[in-house]
Design a protein around this ligand. Structure first.
Ligand SMILES: C[S@@+](CC[C@H](N)C(=O)[O-])C[C@H]1O[C@@H](n2cnc3c(N)ncnc32)[C@H](O)[C@@H]1O
Length: 803
């Protein structure tokens, strides 16, 4: 697929370029009326809010991956780019001051550098100052650290296309970010989108369900947090789900970059997500509950208007009402799959209470105290949010306000439910909706966003456990009262009470629930309806539908006695402790090309749910078949993506290298053995040709970079090479302090070298090198794009040409 097409698919509503952005009409009378009077902000802020909604979003990115490497990368970004950008910004300011003071109007241009990015450029375009000059004066703004994100790993910066074009330092930074994004070490992600995973508080042992995960920017964060200890394979799992089959594949790329054996991508309607089994006993199935659930639900998305400008013309005050029911169903299912004591984070990029507080209120209402809102404000120090509302109004299509369900005109009644309106004063007292958070765009130059964290403190009233508890409590009460009154066996009357109590729908005591049920869906949550509909313990079953989408290859675990295994085991010195039963194939027939590795927990889920769950992807590629005449003993080559989780298992073929060795290997691609340090040569001498693992560790005399780097490579007859994808190699070179120009030259050389490819391949083959694996072949970088559908920083083709 061409890059342009790919961009369009990932960005359904991008503003194609800044000219289009500034030309689109960004006004909507009802929108203005709605947010001016809703009560989200004081009147004095309304204009600021409205103005900010019309501006494009600044670029934000996160440095990702293992912490030690992330810190090293941060050092590079600071010293090589940010320091000069701050200097450049200061000099632009003074240049700006002197230029504008000499103009006829003489009006205070010095302040222009302080206005939100993009605004200045738009103003100049409209006037008669040449664009290029305007840009030099206005384009540079110093990068801003998102201080609420841990370890200073998230940043905001002006990388508008014009700014990039006009400033060399920005153009270099842009190139750097594209390359580092390609190697997975940087993620362009909207600032507000970074919040939910942060407040979910994921630990290495957490069992996490991401219910609506595509395209996966939050999933990536969840996986990173799972691996935060940087040691071995964490116990926890991330199950990333999306209803849209095609969107699941957007996640595959995202997740692959993180090379985690603890994550799986699945494809289900979140409202009917099956309870995962963890035993294969059909008679007595055991189920897995999650301790962290992320419900980043589909929403009307008016908080994304700065990016998705089409929403301006489409916006209506009832946009959120059609999603309210689905949002409730998804959270309800999430809570059912959450274990007692666990946390569910709910988030939307809509600012309308009907998709936000109203959903939370309805869940709190239905859950009757078994769920409560958690105060997470201390988890993002410095992030400005406004507390959730306990009282709000609804607006109909005509722009008329309605305070409660009773005031909905008869002809609109079918469009609204009671649960969309504010809770009663009594409920509001209990619900603590003020613990919900809303991010307003004008506060910190972000998109609009809503999030809340729920803790499950007891069994849900409609759960089997709660019913059993209730029945037992009642029995105990009865027995106690029988003893006290010595009235003999229970009377018919008493028994009737017991039955009525247990059969009563768990949440039929609230009017709004009753109304909600009627209009929401037929999948009512009480036990009676569950029985009627043939729901099993495993959860509600969606209507059988023909499964659409790409048919996945199977996930087949390697069986004991598989003849493929002994040569791999012996060649790489894998001990009996190596969990070879966690290796799987993706093809049923023919020669097995690759073996993938998954964690113990993922294996368990796959084996126990084979015909119940639609698995899309999982596992890191451990070895790949790539025969070489030089290596008769083992046809399989180790892959780079397995290094993080499996390199420590290899008792053979691991070579400690020096800093200089590492630089030589990355720079020269195929250096002679004689170019390696003596100690490395000595070790390599003892190893027969084939795949090797190189390990660089900082030492006292050579402390930089201050992180361990483990990468796979090849020992030939007379040379070595790395098997690290190109952009990852550039990343490593940067960590080793090689300057960008060097890397750029290397990439330019690559183009020339294509001509000589056959010569190089012939030379390699003579030395016994296997051909490169598919994923290690040279890839053209995709432009740096925001996860979740952002604007490319530069037009398709532009950035590629720079390479
Ligand atoms: C707001 S986006 C999620 C963004 C994502 N969490 C991220 O950070 O990249 C909502 C997602 O929900 C998915 N979706 C819509 N209805 C769904 C349902 N019933 N069950 C599961 N996913 C659903 C959409 O396909 C979409 O990918």
């Amino acid at each position: 697929m061409g890059r342009r097409k790919w961009q369009n698919q990932r960005n359904p509503l991008p503003y194609k370029n800044e000219r289009n952005y500034s030309q689109t009409t960004k006004d909507n009378v009802l929108f203005r009326k709605y947010y001016s009077n809703l009560g989200l902000m004081p009147e004095s802020e309304v204009q600021d809010f409205y103005d900010r909604m019309k501006e494009p979003l600044p670029v934000t990115f996160r440095i990702t991956g293992y912490k030690s490497q992330a810190n090293e990368l941060l050092k590079i970004i600071r010293t090589q780019f940010f320091d000069s950008l701050v200097g450049a910004s200061a000099s632009v300011k003074s240049q700006n001051n002197s230029t504008t003071s000499s103009t006829a109007d003489g009006g205070g241009g010095g302040e222009k550098a302080a206005v939100p990015w993009g605004q200045g450029a738009v103003a100049f375009n409209a006037g008669d100052v040449p664009v290029s000059k305007a840009l030099t004066m206005d384009a540079i703004k110093p990068p801003k650290c998102l201080t609420w994100y841990p370890d200073q790993l998230a940043w905001q910066i002006d990388l508008s296309r014009k700014a990039v074009r006009s400033q060399e330092i920005l153009s270099k930074l842009h190139e750097f970010l594209v390359s580092e994004t390609e190697s997975g070490n940087i993620s362009r992600q909207e600032a507000v989108s970074m919040i939910p995973p942060l407040v979910l508080d994921v630990q290495p042992q957490s069992r996490v369900l991401d219910m609506c995960a595509a395209p996966g920017s939050k999933t990536a964060q969840l996986i990173e947090y799972l691996h935060k200890d940087e040691t071995g394979v964490p116990e926890g799992v991330v199950v990333a789900n999306d209803k849209e089959n095609k969107r699941c594949y957007l996640m595959v790329h995202q997740v692959k970059r993180l090379a985690s054996p603890c994550c799986m991508i699945v494809n289900h309607d979140a409202a009917f997500f099956p309870k995962l089994r963890v035993s294969m006993d059909e008679e007595k199935p055991e189920f897995m509950l999650f301790d962290r659930v992320l419900a980043d639900v589909p929403c009307s998305g008016d908080g994304t208007m700065r990016k998705n400008i089409d929403i301006w013309s489409k916006w209506q005050p009832t946009m959120g009402t059609s999603l309210h029911g689905l949002q409730i169903k998804i959270v309800k299912r999430g809570l059912e799959l959450l274990e007692v004591g666990g946390r569910l984070v709910y988030s939307t990029c809509s600012m309308q209470p009907v998709e936000d507080e109203a959903v939370m209120a309805e869940m709190l209402r239905r859950c009757e105290g078994s769920v409560e809102l958690v105060d997470v404000s201390s988890m993002m120090p410095g992030l400005k949010t406004v507390p959730g509302l306990s009282k709000w109004k609804m607006m109909n299509k005509l722009g008329n306000w309605m305070d409660d369900f009773e005031s909905v005109p008869q002809n609109f009644k079918s469009l609204f439910t009671k649960s969309m309106f504010s809770p009663t004063a009594e409920e509001a007292e209990k619900f603590n909706l003020n613990l919900c958070h809303r991010v307003l765009p004008h506060h910190q130059d972000t998109g609009g966003f809503f999030f809340a964290a729920l803790r499950k403190v007891g069994n849900l009233p409609w759960s089997r456990e709660a019913r059993v508890e209730k029945e037992e409590a009642l029995k105990r009460e009865q027995t106690a009262s029988e003893k006290v009154t010595s009235e003999g066996p229970p009377t018919q009357e008493k028994m009737a009470v017991t039955e009525t109590t247990t059969d009563k729908p768990a949440n039929s005591n609230t009017d709004s629930t009753a109304v909600q049920r009627k209009s929401e869906d037929a999948n009512a949550t009480n036990d009676n309806s569950r029985k009627r509909k043939g729901e099993s313990e495993e959860g509600p079953q969606p209507k059988k539908k023909e499964l659409k989408g790409y048919r996945e290859d199977p996930f087949l675990f390697m069986q004991p006695g598989d003849p493929v295994w002994p040569p791999i085991r012996d060649f790489y010195g894998l001990t009996d402790e190596f969990p070879s039963n966690q290796l799987l194939y993706r093809s049923e027939q023919g020669a097995k090309r690759s073996l993938y590795f998954v964690s113990k927990a993922i294996r368990q889920i796959v084996l126990s749910n084979e015909n119940r769950v639609r698995f899309i992807n999982m596992g890191v590629k451990f070895v790949s078949r790539s025969p070489s005449p030089l290596v008769p003993d083992c046809e399989f080559r180790i892959t780079q993506e397995s290094m993080g989780s499996l390199a420590s298992h290899l008792t053979k073929r691991t070579v400690s290298i020096t800093r200089e060795d590492a630089v030589t290997i990355f720079r020269e691609e195929n250096p002679f053995l004689s170019k390696m340090s003596q100690s490395t040569q000595d070790t390599l001498e003892t190893i027969v040709p084939g795949s090797v693992v190189f390990v660089y560790k900082p030492t006292e005399s050579n402390p930089q970079p201050a992180c361990t780097l483990t990468f796979c490579g090849w020992k030939g007859k007379a040379s070595v090479r790395s098997f690290v994808p190109r952009f990852e190699r550039s990343h490593c070179l940067r960590l080793f302090g090689q300057d960008l120009a060097q890397i750029k030259a290397e990439v330019a050389k690559m183009k020339k070298d294509r001509q000589q490819k056959f010569d190089a391949a012939a030379a390699s083959a003579a030395d016994g090198d296997p051909p490169p694996l598919e994923d290690e072949e040279e890839k053209k970088p995709a432009p740096l794009k925001e996860e979740g559908g952002g604007e490319p920083m530069v037009k398709a083709g532009e950035d590629g040409e720079k390479e």
